[in-house]
Design a protein around this ligand. Structure first.
Ligand SMILES: [Zn+2]
Ligand SMILES: [Zn+2]
Length: 390
């Protein structure tokens, strides 16, 4: 029987607690006392393999045959985009599904047509150069990462222009086999859809609610004078003594392990000067700042365990404005930001799984966001492979 007394004073480094995620309006359970327990779980073997600059079997290397076998890649020298040969969505229009038409004549069994197109963007012709390595000499963010951001911007604008049904463009990168990425050649994906998917939809609704809540009038404002959830959060993190969750900041962007992080080394990259709804509204200077930030974040992550750090990274930004549909005004509340969800926990081989209580109850973490940020901050900004080879 646990004695019910007044209780000890709360210590966030010792006592279990729940943290609130205002973006997705969800909780994460934090168990900081558990970081002291010994690890007896699975160890995955780290990949010590050094990849070649060109792999004749890679379907993303310049000039090579693609996965489908019929098409060939261009002999590209910077970035290269093409439509995914095995896309999850198709662009053809399908009529709305009438009740019972799919054989399920019950309101509990509902489905909706989904339309879209999927693209692949190769970041670089070299098979073995990830974003993490592209800020360490002889590479520079300006020459080697900025083109990726420019390609994302072009696709963010051209896909909806060519496909008027598109409502949302989801840019993301799956890096490493731990995240289910089947090809090590540095590349990302761009899925375009005729609807706003659940994650950005939830976040946009939170941003809208925040902007319209009179209690937030003292907060950082967007260009229309409305309170901005993520601009307020970015400036708050920068204003705190010792900046416990910040590990990288430049003229326009800040990288933090968010207060409500679920993944051990989860990262959120945010603009800290102004509301920037999308890549299309970013100045050249801001794009260069972003390029430097992406390189710095990925490099530090690689340096934590001196491995090619796996993650899923994705951009959330303004949905595409269309003349159809009723959710377009949500886009007016959008603040551009980037999430990194990396699975590694305490070494290159020990990963976190969202299982058990996390599937049945809510997400849980041991390492606190502050401990994770301190660990990332302590990592050098020169890539470990460049140090090894020099
Ligand atoms: Zn390749
Ligand atoms: Zn988001």
């Amino acid at each position: 029987m646990v004695e019910e007394s007044q209780g000890a004073p709360f210590d966030p480094t010792e006592h279990p607690h729940r943290r609130w995620n205002p973006l997705t309006r969800s909780f994460v359970l934090c168990s900081p006392h558990r970081t002291k327990r010994p690890w007896q779980g699975a160890q995955e073997t780290p990949s010590k393999e050094r990849l070649p600059a060109y792999d004749e079997k890679c379907y993303l290397c310049p000039g090579n045959a693609r996965a489908g076998g019929q098409l060939k890649n261009e002999d590209y020298e910077s970035t290269f985009a093409f439509e995914n040969d095995f896309a999850a969505l198709r662009p053809d229009k399908v009529q709305d599904i009438a009740e019972g038409q799919d054989g399920n004549a019950h309101p509990l069994l509902r489905s909706f047509p989904a339309r879209g197109r999927c693209y692949v963007l190769c970041f670089h012709p070299s098979h073995n150069l990830t974003i993490a390595q592209l800020t360490t000499a002889p590479y520079t963010a300006k020459e080697h990462i900025l083109p990726i951001i420019q390609a994302w911007t072009r696709l963010y604008q051209s896909i909806p222009a060519d496909n008027p049904f598109v409502r949302y463009v989801q840019i993301f990168e799956n890096k490493g086999s731990a995240m289910g990425c089947s090809n090590p050649h540095p590349h990302g994906q761009i899925w375009s859809l005729d609807y706003i998917p659940e994650e950005p939809q939830k976040e946009l609704e939170s941003m809208k609610a925040y902007a319209n809540d009179e209690l937030n009038m003292g907060c950082a404002k967007d260009d229309r004078g409305r309170p901005s959830l993520l601009l307020t959060y970015a400036q708050l993190e920068l204003s705190l003594a010792d900046r416990p969750r910040v590990f990288e900041v430049n003229d326009d962007f800040v990288a933090v392990v968010p207060y409500w992080a679920v993944w051990p080394f989860e990262v959120l990259v945010l603009p800290h000067k102004r509301q920037i709804a999308s890549l299309a509204e970013m100045s050249q200077e801001e794009k260069l700042s972003l390029a430097e930030m992406l390189g710095a974040v990925a490099c530090r992550l690689d340096n934590i365990f001196e491995c090619s750090f796996p993650y899923s990274m994705g951009i959330h930004q303004r949905p595409v404005a269309t003349s159809q549909g009723g959710q377009d005004e949500l886009g007016d509340y959008a603040q551009f930001h980037i999430h990194y969800y990396p699975p590694l926990l305490r070494s290159a081989t020990v990963r976190k799984f969202l299982v058990g209580f996390e599937m049945m109850g809510e997400p849980q973490r041991d390492l606190t966001a502050e401990q994770a940020a301190a660990r990332i901050r302590s990592c050098p900004t020169t890539h470990y492979l460049a140090v090894e080879s020099s």
